[in-house]
Every structure is written in C-alpha cells, then in structure tokens.
Design a binder for this molecule. Structure first.
Ligand code: ATP
Length: 360
C-alpha cells in the first residue's frame, strides 16, 4: 500500500493529495498542468514535498516533519517515461540488464528470460535503440523497469508518443504486467480510452487537487467531468463471437444486441468492453434504413440532462444504460422524453482500437 498525504508548492502551483494506493493499476488522470507528473515525482523521490508524508508498505519514504527522505534509488521503483530514454550506446540486452544493476541478487524477482518473453522482444536483444521503432523502444523501457524487480511501477504517459497502431500493440503488454507481475502501478494518462482499458482504480487530478474515484466502470461519468476537455463515453459489454478478416470486422453479442467492431485479435468467447464516445451515437425514433452504420441497438429513454449546449440522453438498452449526446434542437424535433423508444446508431470505426478490451 502506498500512502500519500502531502502538500507541495512549486511557484504558484499547489498540489494537495491524500490517497491510499493499493495493488492493480491506478490511473492518474487529468488535464495538462493539473499536477500528474508532480505527484509521480513526489512518489519517486525526485521532488521533496513541502509538507506531509509518503509511506510505502510501512516504510517511510518521505516525512517533512522529521526530515526523513529516502533517495530515489532506495525506493525500489521502476519508472517508465513518455520517451523510452534508453542508453543509445548499449544494446537492448545491455539496456535491459542495466535495470538489474542496483538490485542485489537475492532480491531479484525477474529474470531476463521471463521479461523478454512477457514483452515479446527476443528478436531485438542485439540491436541498439537507434535500430528500434518507437513501440519497441517503449517495450524495452518497460522491460528495463521490470528487471529492477521494483516494488512499485510508475509510468508517466508511456504511450503518448506512439501512434494508435503501436499503442494497440503495447496495451496488451501493460495488461499482462498488471495481471501477472503483481506490483502496484501508478499510471499517468491523458487518454480516457487508455484509462478505461487499463485502470483498476482511477485518481482524477484537477488544478492540483487529487481525488480518488474508484473503479473506472463505476465512475466513467465522473471521470469525464473531472477531465473537462475529454470526450465522455459508454462502456458497451459484450462477448466476442467471431471475426471476418475479409470484412475487417470482429463480431460480438451484448445484452443490447449484436456489436460490430474493428477487427481485433480477441479470441471468441472473451468478455469485452468497448468504449463508445457519447458524441458518436445517433438517435432515431424510427427504424433506421439504408444507413452504413453497422451498430444498431434499441432501447427506451430513461433520462435526459442538459449540459451546456447539448443534451445527454440516457437510454436503457436491455439493462445496460448508454448515453448519447445530441443537440437541444434534436430533443425537441424528435420529442425525446423518458419512456420514448429509440434506436441508437454508431459506426464501427467510431470505436477506437484501443477502446476495445477484455473485461477485468
Ligand atoms: N519546477 C517547477 N517550478 C514551478 N512550477 C512548476 C514546476 N514544474 C511544474 N510546474 C507547474 O506545476 C503545475 C503542474 O505541472 P505537472 O508537470 O505536474 O502537470 P501535468 O499534469 O503532469 O501536466 P502534463 O499533462 O502537461 O504533463 C503546472 O502548472 C506547471 O507549470
């Protein structure tokens, strides 16, 4: 358990956090400048808090009242940055084993063979960073962090420099680390899709105030609000039923009907959640006809809230509530009201690849 109870001032900015972070992956989620990196740096020991304490597994890492401050290398933390920050003159193998250097042999829990296998990087061992793609570099950086047998893993936007395809390739590696390595992970992200997919717990930060929100499933709306500029969305639950490589589609079946997704490698029978942004859902009071959008669900309006210029329409679809964002004008024109039956339409391509993932 990581216990953070700190206040920290830097220039005009003040960070206040009172958090208890347990096992699993805790996402630190918030807009730019909200204090995410500052919080990570306080935990890593790269910055000393103005006041308060940080305690990990009963060991005091930092206590402003007593002046105790454990230096970063004694905290047994693995740190993965936005850019891999590998040593350019070392091979991948040397970069990886560098991570072990400061860990006494008796405390090493990871072997090179296991980490190489976990991340699928055996073919890269003799290359140098200049000969790696962005995604490969990030995998090696992850491997190096793991090989130091850390007790806590800090990841500061590790995927933000990668394009969508590379992100989709590395997300399963991070899921495996979360599920198999068994150490707490503190993960900074701007991306709601990434948080939705990876997090077991979410902490929102806004203007230096950190608020624990719980599990992402339960708090999606809160996250969206906390995030301000982030696009909110729905989790649609379903079970994968098959694929068509020719059509580029994955088929799934949910309580609210069939779901058509971009082609994934998720095995049939797997429980998934797909992240559908509220702004991507079109509502229709008539049976839709002659439209290209493959996803067509139906349900009954359970509530409408007005949010600035738009309306958030909640629809009960077979026990699952989906929220669609429409204009006030559409609410009037279609006479949308609680109890009215509606059809929901959204395109397969409106669900990002990184927005399709196994249920926890
Ligand atoms: N060394 C410093 N001295 C003074 N102010 C700083 C310092 N470092 C960061 N800040 C300020 O502290 C605030 C929080 O910065 P921080 O880097 O933690 O934000 P962030 O949430 O990680 O942002 P981003 O998502 O853009 O990386 C910002 O207002 C920033 O300008």
């Amino acid at each position: 358990m990581l216990e953070i109870d700190v206040r920290h001032e830097q220039g005009d900015f003040e960070l206040v956090a009172d958090l208890a972070i347990g096992s699993g992956l805790t996402a630190l989620f918030g807009p730019s400048g909200s204090g995410k990196t500052t919080l990570i740096n306080l935990v890593a020991g790269l910055v000393r808090p103005t006041s308060g304490r940080i305690i990990f597994a009963g060991e005091v890492w930092s206590d402003a009242a007593t002046g105790r401050f454990l230096p970063p290398h004694r905290r047994r933390i693995g740190y993965v940055f936005q850019e891999g920050r590998l040593f350019p003159h070392l091979t991948v193998r040397q970069n990886l084993t560098y991570g072990q250097r400061y860990t006494p042999a008796s405390e090493r829990r990871e072997t090179l063979a296991r980490v190489v296998d976990l991340l699928g990087i055996s073919a890269l061992l003799d290359r140098r960073p200049a000969e790696l793609s962005g995604g490969e570099k990030q995998r090696v950086a992850l491997g190096r962090a793991l090989l130091s047998s850390p007790h806590l893993l800090l990841m500061d936007e590790p995927l933000s420099a990668l394009d969508a395809e590379l992100k989709a390739a590395i997300l399963p590696d991070i899921e495996r680390i979360r599920d198999e390595v068994g150490i707490p992970i503190l993960y900074v992200s701007h991306s709601l899709e990434e948080v939705a997919r990876l997090a077991t717990h979410v902490v929102a930060i806004d203007h230096g105030r950190a608020t624990p929100l719980g599990a992402p499933d339960a708090v999606l709306e809160t996250i969206a609000h906390a995030a301000g500029s982030m696009k909110p969305g729905n989790f649609v639950h379903a079970v994968v039923t098959g694929h068509s490589a020719e059509e580029g589609l994955t088929f799934a079946e949910g309580p609210s009907g069939p779901l058509f997704l971009r082609l994934t490698e998720v095995a049939p029978g797997t429980q998934i959640r797909a992240f559908v942004p509220v702004s991507e859902i079109v509502l229709s009071t008539r049976e839709p006809d002659g439209m290209s959008a493959l996803n067509r669900l139906s349900g009954t309006i359970s509530g409408i809230t007005f949010d600035g210029t738009s309306a958030m329409v909640s629809v009960d679809c077979g026990g699952e509530t989906l929220v669609a964002e429409v204009t006030r004008r559409s609410v009037r024109a279609l006479s949308l009201d609680p109890g009215v039956p509606v059809h929901l339409l959204f395109k397969t391509v409106s669900i990002a690849s990184e927005g399709i993932f196994r249920s926890l």
